[in-house]
Design a protein around this ligand. Sequence first.
Ligand SMILES: [Zn+2]
Length: 410
Amino acid sequence: MQSLFVRDLAQVVSPAGRAAPLRGAALRSVDVLEDAYVLCRDGRIAEVGRMREVHQLGDDVIEIDGRGQVAIPGLVDCHTHACFGGDRVSEFDLRAGGATYEELHAAGGGILSTVRATRAAGEPRLREAVSRHRGWMLAHGTTTFEAKSGYGLDCETELAQLRAIAAAGAVPTWLGAHAVAPEFASADEYLDFMLAEVLPEVAALAEAADIFLERGAFDAEQARRYLEACRARGLALRLHADQFTEAGGVPLAVELGARSVDHLEATGENGVRALAASDVTAVLLPVAALVLARPQPPARALVDAGAAVALATDFNPGSAFCESLPIVCALACTQLRLTPAEALAACTVNAAHVLGRAKRLGRIAPGFAADLVLLGAPDWRYLAYHLGGDVVSSVLKDGQVAWARTPAAA
Ligand SMILES: [Zn+2]
């Protein structure tokens, strides 16, 4: 396999050390190498160093001119709902015009409208949708993403979603408990069906299971039943919790040893302390809070207390139609009071940890996957600083140019 030599980079930037997840002061520790290169071989990073130390390279090496650019690790989006049919643009319009929740519901909006569209789409169109969304994410520097099912709420569509997600090369999570399917009279009856009929099929397709623990969706007792059954089938555990109310998701996540608990907009001091003392990563989703005009999660308190924190887009057709982790980083630094270094670690090494991939993703270091983002900027902090700007100039995945803003950059 060919080698790729990215030369004359203004900076090569990576979260420091080898530990994962990073917490506390370590979350702020970034290695910055100036006037540097990255050599990739067989899809992996072979060397990182300064240009003045470059040795003789073989004839089979393809060179990329990195002048005027900086390299950061490929971004990892550890929480998306990228597999869905239809859109919610009409609902967006109504909401922008001040419609109430009841009016939106009467107009056929909300999650169940996406369930109807996803069921109607069929697997080939779902595959097209995930592939299209993967392309959008790549153009914003995302080289690895997780995607959840949860818009089928029946056996056939949930499995079709998970297959479509895997076919796009994404990390599949079964969100079988996103909402109660309209065919069922109660949440318990619905969970009985999901655990008996769907979980046995899902276990071979998904890496993790997720649940929406919230008033009006599933309560802590139902979440325990669902998550314990999923864990017994070998799935890692994740939870949507404390988005609107504290409903027991954090203590449950800690007790069950979940990989992550996600959202946390409503989490108070006890929840912050419990997470800081645990191995559960707090996944923060600032776009959803922004779009829904909700308070942001207590990011600063979580980091200061020593919790492991990751950032993600929550890309979905309703509350976060945004695939850009650079925008998430900008929100993290302006609304969540994180520093650019904390934001970078939160959507690289810590996000990779949530997906069980921190040994090979999230850093620019020998042996790691050659997934790099080149920013057309003099300083890596433009990632968060240039809000909404075209900051990504090209993206390498497994040592190949996977996306470039202009042909010249490739
Ligand atoms: Zn979500």
